[in-house]
Design a protein around this ligand. Structure first.
Ligand SMILES: C[S@@+](CC[C@H](N)C(=O)[O-])C[C@H]1O[C@@H](n2cnc3c(N)ncnc32)[C@H](O)[C@@H]1O
Length: 216
């Protein structure tokens, strides 16, 4: 089984187990009729949230994950191969846009602007962040593995997080993919500029940022 698929199946198990301390998901509200998960994997979070009576859309750049998700949950989820930076939905069509453990792998400002675009007035955005300490942990691992390639990649992630902190922008790595850490302050400032009222909380090991748009 592909490594990523095993990860998504394990995350599905965690998401379905309400007693698991690693489970972190948004609270749905009455009127959340369309939910979008950006970087959805096989659709594990959407399935755990429950799909009855709402339209659940997931996008991910990992084609194998989307194919697996469609085979398993195709009757309940609408899954598309697409990037956070260009969400294939019309503006103002989503009530809740969530991005669980996926934002760090995107062009963060573009992904946030895209999620803002597709939300309806009064809509919510729900994100988990990667903090700097986690990335410093990767640095130790790369150092102990004596891997120059891993060290270079971790230094890129650290630098990209600082770039986001200072300028609100991120850069792709040599392979064209993105990775960064984000402080709650930098993400909150970005969301406030996009018109959200923002709340930050720590839930278990996750830093959660939630933003709400004003009603029209
Ligand atoms: C760590 S996994 C998280 C999966 C799922 N959200 C969860 O919480 O279990 C990160 C996911 O983000 C996806 N991803 C990476 N870059 C992306 C991008 N630019 N746009 C959309 N998805 C992306 C990956 O393919 C992967 O499925």
């Amino acid at each position: 089984m592909a490594k990523h698929l095993a990860y998504h199946l394990e995350e599905l198990k965690i998401a379905l187990d309400e007693g698991d301390s690693r489970r972190v998901l948004p609270q749905l509200r009455d009127g959340d009729s369309t939910v979008l998960d950006v970087g959805c994997g096989i659709g594990q979070s959407l399935i755990a949230l429950g799909t009855e009576g709402r339209r659940c859309i997931g996008i991910d750049v990992d084609e194998a994950a989307i194919v697996h998700g469609r085979q398993t949950f195709g009757d309940r989820l609408q899954l598309e191969v697409a990037g956070a930076e260009r969400i294939p939905l019309d503006a103002g069509t989503v009530d809740l846009a969530m991005c669980r453990v996926s934002l760090p792998y995107t062009d963060v400002p573009r992904a946030l602007a895209e999620m803002r675009r597709v939300l309806r007035p009064g809509g919510r955005i729900w994100l988990t962040l990667h903090d700097r300490r986690t990335v410093l942990g990767y640095l130790g691992e790369a150092w102990r593995a004596r891997s120059v390639a891993r060290l270079a990649h971790v230094l890129y992630i650290l630098g990209n997080g600082w770039l986001f902190e200072l300028t609100g922008r991120v850069l792709p790595y040599l392979n064209g993919r993105y990775e960064s850490w984000q402080s709650p302050g930098a993400v909150s400032r970005r969301l406030a500029r996009l018109g959200f009222e923002v709340e930050v909380r720590v839930e278990g090991r996750h830093t959660v940022v939630e933003g709400r748009l004003p009603q029209a």
